[in-house]
Design a protein around this ligand. Structure first.
Ligand SMILES: CC(=O)SCCNC(=O)CCNC(=O)[C@H](O)C(C)(C)COP(=O)(O)OP(=O)(O)OC[C@H]1O[C@@H](n2cnc3c(N)ncnc32)[C@H](O)[C@@H]1OP(=O)(O)O
Ligand SMILES: O=C([O-])CC(=O)C(=O)O
Length: 377
């Protein structure tokens, strides 16, 4: 036992994992050995999910079987719809996501079964169903009727279809797919570690994912993609403004924020200190959306904030920074951004839950007592 305290467990190696490797020295991220950029350029999100769960790329047959399974499990049960309908339309969508996963778990006939086969089935079903939760919630907040999934569309196409009720342009589907691949997995981040802690007590998969959603919600973690957009909104978004003018205003805003010692979400990372490996790929996706929607001023805001942060503090953007404006341009409400992160991270969380269970040890660190010395009444 060591007495050394590492606040936030910074730098502490808690266990091994074969799911992904984050290497801050080389700014690289491997899912099961494959660079995430290669996966984002070449594979569907469905294939990446299978890679994360199984450890190997799927064969064509495995892929086709999963595609069929996913399409067959996209619909929400009445219990989930009813539970969502009972929640206020102004509660945070992360609360809706958290509740929906909990209800899906409680209604699973094998809720207390955690064999590898059953857990994989549960993970696949959550993967298939969660887009309908996000789409259902986004639409009810806008006072719109839900839209049924379409079995002729792939995961990303169908996600956008159920949310917006129209077939998205191929460029938009592509940017969305890339975001799903990039958000899928990142070793022992706070939400994944939460899922592993819950699993380590021999609790069930849905409890672990529900807890992970709670951890993801915070703005130091997944909630940062929403917070990035609030920053853009606070600066002011004017589609008629030039890229240069928007950049100048954003730069001035950042200088002022940093002078006031504010923390600006979307920048910095616990592990990467020289840049987040996923940002260049996500920035390309944002560029494509800026081009597609003709919104150069958005890139002006992006560049202005990034330049001012880099000049003042040398702190670089994380994945949430380009993801926020990308989802905004696609038409999602700002509060829906972190639920989109859930839809993707369900893959990584459940891969880690399976890994934890396969070689379990209760996660229970010790604390150094800092209260009063022993005293008596
Ligand atoms: C997908 C993801 O979850 S990625 C992470 C998303 N989270 C965010 O974007 C939130 C904003 N960023 C942060 O709060 C941090 O960078 C974290 C929490 C992600 C990592 O932080 P840590 O490794 O704990 O570093 P810590 O917060 O101590 O920061 C170190 C120094 O950099 C500063 N700093 C770090 N990030 C930022 C930021 N975004 N804005 C302003 N200053 C920052 C801190 O104020 C601190 O300065 P100091 O030494 O003068 O006190
Ligand atoms: O690794 C982290 O701490 C946060 C992060 O980037 C992620 O979960 O994707």
């Amino acid at each position: 036992m060591t007495d050394e305290i590492r606040k936030g467990l910074a730098g502490v190696v808690a266990d091994t994992t074969a799911v992904s490797k984050v290497n801050p020295e080389t700014n690289s991220l491997l899912y099961r050995g494959y660079p995430v950029q290669e996966l984002a350029a070449n594979l569907s999100f469905e294939e990446v999910a299978l890679l994360l769960w199984n450890g190997e790329l799927p064969s064509a047959t495995e892929r086709d079987e999963f595609v069929e399974f996913e399409r067959a499990h996209r619909r929400l049960d009445d219990a989930v719809r009813t539970a969502i309908d009972l929640l206020p339309t102004d509660c945070h969508p992360m609360d809706v996501g958290r509740t929906a996963v909990s209800v899906i778990g409680a209604n699973d006939a094998e809720s207390e079964v955690s064999t590898p086969e059953v857990e994989l089935r549960k993970a696949k079903e959550l993967f298939a169903k969660f887009p309908a939760v996000v789409a259902y919630d986004q639409r009810r907040r806008r006072g719109l009727e839900p839209i049924e999934p379409r079995d002729d569309l792939d995961y990303s196409q169908n996600f956008l279809w159920m949310t917006f009720g129209e077939e998205a342009a191929p460029e938009v589907v592509e940017a969305f797919r890339v975001s799903m691949v990039l958000y899928a997995e990142h070793s022992f981040n706070a939400s994944t570690f939460t899922a592993r802690v819950v699993t380590s007590t021999l609790s069930d998969l849905h409890s672990a994912v529900t807890a992970a959603i709670g951890a993801l919600k915070g703005s130091l973690h997944g909630g940062a993609n929403e917070a990035v957009m609030h920053t853009f909104e606070e600066i002011g978004i004017d589609p008629d403004e030039s890229r240069e003018d928007a950049a100048a205003r954003a730069k001035a805003w950042m200088e002022d924020a940093l002078a006031k010692k504010k923390k600006v979400m979307g920048f910095g990372h616990r592990v990467y200190k020289n840049g987040d490996s996923r940002v260049p790929t996500m920035k390309d996706a944002l560029d494509a959306m800026v081009e597609h929607y003709g919104r150069q001023e958005m890139m002006g805001l992006y560049d202005g904030l990034e330049a001012a942060m880099s000049e003042a503090k040398g702190i670089l953007p994380n994945l949430d920074y380009p993801a926020g404006p990308t989802y905004h341009l696609m038409g999602f409400d700002t509060e829906m951004f972190t639920p989109l992160f859930i839809a993707s991270r369900i893959t990584g969380w459940t891969a880690h839950i399976r890994e934890q269970r396969a070689d379990n040890s209760l996660i229970r660190p010790v604390s150094a007592y800092s209260g009063p010395d022993e005293r008596h009444l």
